[in-house]
Design a protein around this ligand. Structure first.
Ligand code: NAD
Length: 416
């Protein structure tokens, strides 16, 4: 997250690219470039050794014109308000693009969870909820998991909020364990949704997915499931995966489940038997049909864009491609499935979780997957058709549709 200002600048620049098409006035554009609400919190936490450490946390509620805001919480040592602000903007456009009745938000805590014990992470999670308690709630802002947070963290956070309210409020957070009101299908929803989009892109480009070479950067929640499902659902060949320590490559293809077992026992994907260790940078430049960045932002930039050889770039991470890189990729014929389209499966199923919590019901997994597939397909074709009709890139098409909906809601509400 070192180049956080780049991500924010990218997001603002993308807004400008669709501003003329939407006939945005300078006032409207200025409004859309600013978050509606931001909160900084200091979080004193009792450490296991008896000391007290104060962590810094943030929550940004970017725009609530379409409904209560929604967005994940990151625990990361290099987290900054700038990154969180950019990610909250992306959430706003993502919810709008997928026609969810939600605005966009994002939160984060500056910490390294790898250096914290289980109990310290619990105390930090609870402290964060106490810090942001006054601005969240099932009708106001509903957090979810993101980088280095998971269903257990969501369970502690829901429990802390419920204690403050004096009653169970399962609907305050999504991505919970299923026994606590979590939704079936949430754990792999982001990856699965992205794969539905990849399937449609491959169909449009005439790429046969069976045997197609896939490289995945990041082997966490999204990256692991993307690799696993690409192999399972479409018989793709997963030639490379990576984590923060580095990447592995196998021309014959990797078994993601087995690599996951190796990572669990050794702590990283590196030195997987039969595969070659390569760098994260080398992974991005492999000769593949499908490249899936599923880690952090700005990894595809003007320094490496010329060397990216993929046919389809499926942005499962948020903001993996800079604006300069995008121009180079488009002129090289790369089909980009932009982040707000590609990784929308997570927030779509999170929205289903909210709906189930509100009605105190639990849908079967089959129903969730059917609804997810329908929504991803609808969103993919709305963007694809717009881009063909208006001769724009896929990202500009996605932004124009999404921002247009937010603007329409703001106008109808009399805000602008
Ligand atoms: P995660 O914490 O489960 O996994 C992150 C992975 O990235 C880990 O494997 C980690 O080792 C790897 N990583 C960290 N730094 C790296 C580096 N410098 N180079 C290469 N790999 C590195 O996080 P996640 O939930 O899988 O999220 C991944 C991306 O997807 C993020 O951009 C996130 O914002 C986005 N996203 C996640 C969801 C979701 O539902 N979890 C939804 C939408 C978007």
């Amino acid at each position: 997250m070192s180049s956080d200002s780049t991500l924010l600048e990218n997001v603002k620049q993308q807004l400008c690219t669709c501003s003329a098409g939407l006939k945005l006035t300078p006032d409207m554009e200025a409004f859309l470039k600013m978050p509606m609400r931001e909160l900084y919190v200091s979080l004193p936490v009792h450490m296991d050794n008896g000391s007290i450490k104060v962590f810094k946390g943030f929550r940004v509620q970017y725009n609530e014109a379409l409904g209560p805001t929604k967005g994940g919480i990151r625990f990361h040592p290099e987290e900054t308000m700038e990154t969180i602000r950019a990610l909250a903007a992306l959430m706003t456009w993502k919810c709008a693009l997928h026609k969810l009745p939600l605005g966009g938000a994002k939160g984060g805590v500056v910490c390294n969870p790898k250096e914290l014990s289980h109990r310290e992470i619990e105390r930090l999670s609870r402290a964060y909820i106490r810090g942001i308690y006054q601005i969240i709630g099932p009708d106001r802002d509903i957090p979810a998991p993101d980088v280095y947070t998971n269903p257990q963290v969501m369970a502690w956070m829901m429990d802390e909020y419920s204690k403050l309210e004096g009653k169970n409020v399962f609907g305050v957070i999504t991505g919970k364990p299923t026994i606590l009101g979590g939704s079936e299908g949430r754990f792999d929803a982001t990856a699965r949704g992205g794969l539905y989009a990849i399937r449609e892109a491959a169909f449009k480009l005439g790429v046969d997915l069976k045997g197609s070479r896939v490289a995945v950067q990041g082997f966490g929640n999204v990256g692991y499931h993307a690799a696993y499902l690409a192999k399972k659902l479409f018989s793709c060949k997963i030639v490379a995966v990576s984590d923060s320590s580095g990447a592995i490559y196998s021309e014959e293809g990797l078994d993601p489940e087995d690599v996951s077992g190796h990572k669990h026992s050794t702590g990283s994907v590196l030195d997987y038997p039969g595969a070659k260790n390569i760098t994260n940078e080398e992974l991005l430049e492999l000769d593949v049909e499908i490249l899936i960045p599923a880690a952090l932002e700005n990894v595809i930039n003007e320094k490496n864009a010329e060397r990216i050889k993929t046919k389809i770039l499926a942005e499962m991470a948020n903001g993996p491609t800079t604006a300069e890189a995008e121009e180079i990729l488009i002129s090289g014929g790369v089909h980009i499935i932009p982040d707000i389209l590609c990784n929308g499966g997570g927030v779509i199923v999170s929205y289903f979780e909210m709906v189930q919590n509100q009605a105190s019901i639990q849908w079967e997994e089959e129903e969730i997957l059917d609804r997810l597939e329908k929504k991803m397909k609808e969103a993919y074709y709305s963007v694809y058709d717009f881009s063909i009709k208006n001769n724009t890139g896929m990202r500009q098409a996605a932004y124009t549709l999404a921002v247009g909906r937010v603007v329409e809601a703001m106008q109808l509400r009399g805000w602008i």
